[in-house]
Design a protein. Sequence first.
Length: 121
Amino acid sequence: MDIKKAEKALSIKANILKRTLKDYEYYLKEVASSEKYIENLKSKEDSDPYDIKKATEVLQENQAMSQNALDRIDSSKLNLMEQLKEFELTYQSECGDSESSASQLISQVKEYLEKADNLKK
């Protein structure tokens, strides 16, 4: 495989992780919003129990989706780390120049991997 194809493959895997991280952040915001909405409903005296029940179902779905996104992040991270290791071993000479697209891509990939690692902390 030539370096352009390898860069493209690495870039695709990096973008998958980037998108999944974005999804996870979105689901976390949705969970927080749903929790706030449920608290608001419960504090009102004239709240319909059905509305509270449905809002709770939405909250549970968002929590499940955020967990799903975390699982996808782990999977994407492993795939990306494997691809990065292979890329660096194969194209080590091209990665030496800090101005090259390969080394810029590698630094971008490492940034996404670091962001994924920080989710667990």
